[in-house]
Design a protein around this ligand. Structure first.
Ligand code: PBG
Length: 326
């Protein structure tokens, strides 16, 4: 049947029917709120390039976590900003370090919330790279295999502090296997891994690096993060992480990578998370402040598009704000 017997507008003209046949849902239960906790901070320090977001003291972090819970957001993703950084990122694993205290504090005060620990060394190293450096051909580069031990150690410490999910974002080869092994050996075989499986070397991370104080001091991350031109490779990364024991696969950034989300979801049929990153947030906030766009409808449309692309979970800086509207 085709026009004029068939008309698409019949189901659009009637708002009730339109609602009944809508294919995609976006609700609070899919959302994750990322939060930044900064050691030694009193109160909150706004992040210039992410208006509305702030670095938080431990107390403010707990308050923000409670707000997320009250808004109906089921999970938070925590990033620590330590006072001291060194070559091996020892503040990622040292007892009493900011990230471990943050995980414990949120679990103690807001236990219903799932706490996801971002596992990466870039916030904790003085050079700002995601792993331990070595030299190759007279140039510094990240030593993959040495870094694996540190990531496994950090994962285990975060698990001991109470994290519910371990989320490695470093993009070292073999990290999921190394982390799974360490968790299993440490009595945490029940803890899931959400791997940043397809994480692209992206200009969309700019504002985050202000928030986490983690820009690389030299070079860039193209030696370990993915080339934005590659989609087959994203599938292979995803399949490898799954094989190594990942439970949820993440695609990051999200907005410019809907095709990757869709391919991974359709090919592998496993839970997929999309991370709507800092640059996506900053673009919308800047345009809204200039009065060029309608902010809330655009936010909902962007997040909905990630669900439509195939994401089960959507990680977004708008989670707490938008959840009550859904
Ligand atoms: C690395 C990490 C980054 C982000 C999350 N984890 C930055 C990077 O790889 O440089 C970016 C998140 C965002 O931009 O919102 N630990």
């Amino acid at each position: 049947m085709s026009f004029p017997e068939f008309r698409f507008r019949r189901l659009r003209d009637n708002a009730v029917l339109c609602e009944m046949v809508a294919e995609t849902t976006l609700s609070a239960r899919h959302l994750v709120q990322p939060l930044f906790v900064k050691e030694g901070l009193d109160g909150r320090r706004p992040i210039d390039s992410m208006p509305g977001q702030a670095q938080l003291s431990l107390d403010e972090l707990v308050a923000e976590a409670a707000r997320a819970r009250d808004a109906g957001v089921p999970a938070v993703l925590l990033f620590g900003v330590p006072r001291e950084k060194d070559a091996t990122g020892s503040s990622a694993t040292r007892p009493g370090s900011i990230i471990l205290r943050a995980i414990a504090a949120v679990k103690a005060k807001v236990p219903e919330l799932a706490v996801i620990a971002d596992i990466c060394l870039c916030e904790y190293t003085d050079h700002g790279h995601c792993g331990i450096l070595t030299e190759r051909g007279g140039r510094p580069t990240v030593d993959n295999d040495v870094t694996l031990d540190r990531l496994a150690e950090m994962s285990l410490e975060c698990a001991r502090a109470g994290a519910d999910v371990i989320a490695p974002s470093d993009m070292m080869d073999g990290r999921v296997m190394a982390i799974r092994g360490a968790l299993d050996a440490g009595d945490f075989s029940h803890l899931p891994i959400m791997s940043y499986a397809a994480k692209f070397a992206s200009s969309f991370y700019g504002p985050f690096r202000d928030a986490a104080e983690s820009p690389p001091k030299f070079g860039d991350r193209r030696g370990y993060q993915m080339d934005p031109r590659n989609s087959d490779e994203a599938l292979r990364e995803a399949a490898a992480d799954l094989d190594e024991g990942a439970d949820i696969l993440m695609v990051k950034p999200a907005l410019a990578y809907g095709d990757i989300i869709r391919r991974i979801k359709e090919t592998l049929r496993v839970p997929v998370a999309a991370y709507s990153v800092s640059g996506e947030y900053a673009m919308v906030e800047a345009a809204a402040r200039a009065g060029w766009i309608q902010r809330e409808p655009m936010i909902r449309e962007i997040l909905l598009s990630l669900r439509r692309a195939g994401a089960d979970i959507v990680i977004t800086y708008w989670a707490t704000e938008i959840a009550p509207q859904l």
